[in-house]
Ligand binder design. Structure first.
Ligand code: NI
Length: 185
């Protein structure tokens, strides 16, 4: 089932999300719905706050990148209770976009490597260092779990440049070809 994606300006995107346990109601179905919602909107990552739930659940599908990066063939992952516990001093700068901020694409600087802990969909624990494009996607998605979006990471100048777009978004004035929950003011 395709769920509406909450746009910038929705309070849930500013909440710190909470850990869940295996008893979380209809978790399997929720994960399926999140994949459906993300695919429909042609995204590669989606965090639960983006569908209105302040819980630490993220889905990622990088298969669309497999033509250039074969290691991402069939790369579909579920990250539950994800936490970044350490980051490298070395950084990378890459362009990012977000399904909750349609129409905004900006370069963001982030650590190159991250040490993460999470549970997969079977509640098996993982503890690993991640680098490259996946580390980038994880940091973007896990930021959503901390109540942050990528525009919070822009330099004051770049944020100023996007001020009008962000203002329109926060007022629900945006065109979008997927189902969204906009702020009506
Ligand atoms: Ni996002």
């Amino acid at each position: 089932m395709i769920l509406p994606i909450y746009l910038y300006g929705q309070p849930v995107l500013k909440k710190v999300a909470e850990d869940i346990d295996a008893e979380y109601p209809n978790l399997k179905e929720l994960i399926e719905n999140m994949f459906d919602t993300m695919h429909h909107a042609q995204g590669i990552g989606l965090a639960a706050p983006q569908i209105g739930l302040a819980i630490r659940l993220v889905v990622v599908d990088l298969d669309v990148l497999a033509e250039d990066e074969p290691e991402f063939k069939d790369f579909r992952r579920v990250y539950i209770n994800a936490h970044i516990i350490e980051t490298s001093d070395e950084t990378d700068t890459m362009e990012e976009g977000c399904l909750s901020l349609p129409g905004i694409h900006e370069k963001v600087t982030r650590p190159s490597r991250i040490h993460v802990t999470y549970l997969d969909e079977n509640f098996v624990e993982h503890d690993e260092w991640v680098e490259g494009y996946l580390a980038r996607v994880m940091q973007h998605e896990f930021d959503h779990l901390e109540g942050k979006v990528f525009s919070d990471r822009l330099s004051p100048l770049r944020r100023q440049m996007n001020k009008n777009k962000l203002g329109d978004l926060a007022k629900g004035r945006v065109y979008c070809d997927y189902k969204v929950k906009r702020v009506l003011r």
